[in-house]
Design a protein around this ligand. Structure first.
Ligand code: FES
Length: 104
């Protein structure tokens, strides 16, 4: 499975997220107290950008209609979304944040 660099560690402040492009896919990348997580950026409700959502603890709120997802798993923790978003495996090497890209 290809592993792709998506950001530098210093690009994302703790407790925030950002939208990144990697291998033709748009991802939401989050820094929770120095641990990084990646979700599909597209909210499973109608496609809102999760990387632009507010982060509280380990939960991101979709900026469009307020669905809440667990950043660590992609699970829905608040409606209106009903389906989880894909969570991708993240690693950090030499200050670079790398994501395993499935199906590329
Ligand atoms: S698009 Fe995310 S809650 Fe509607």
């Amino acid at each position: 499975m290809p592993v792709v660099k998506v950001a530098a560690v210093g690009d994302i402040a703790p407790g925030t997220g950002m939208v990144v492009e990697a291998a033709g896919r748009t991802l939401a990348l989050f820094n929770l107290n120095g641990t990084f997580y990646a979700l599909d950026n597209k909210c499973t409700h109608v496609g809102g950008p999760l990387g632009e959502g507010d982060v509280a603890g380990n939960v991101v709120t979709c900026p469009w209609h307020g669905s809440k997802f667990d950043i660590t798993t992609g699970a829905v923790v608040g409606p209106p979304a009903r389906r989880p978003v894909a969570a991708l495996r993240v690693s950090v090497k030499n200050n670079e944040v790398m994501v395993e890209m499935p199906g590329t």
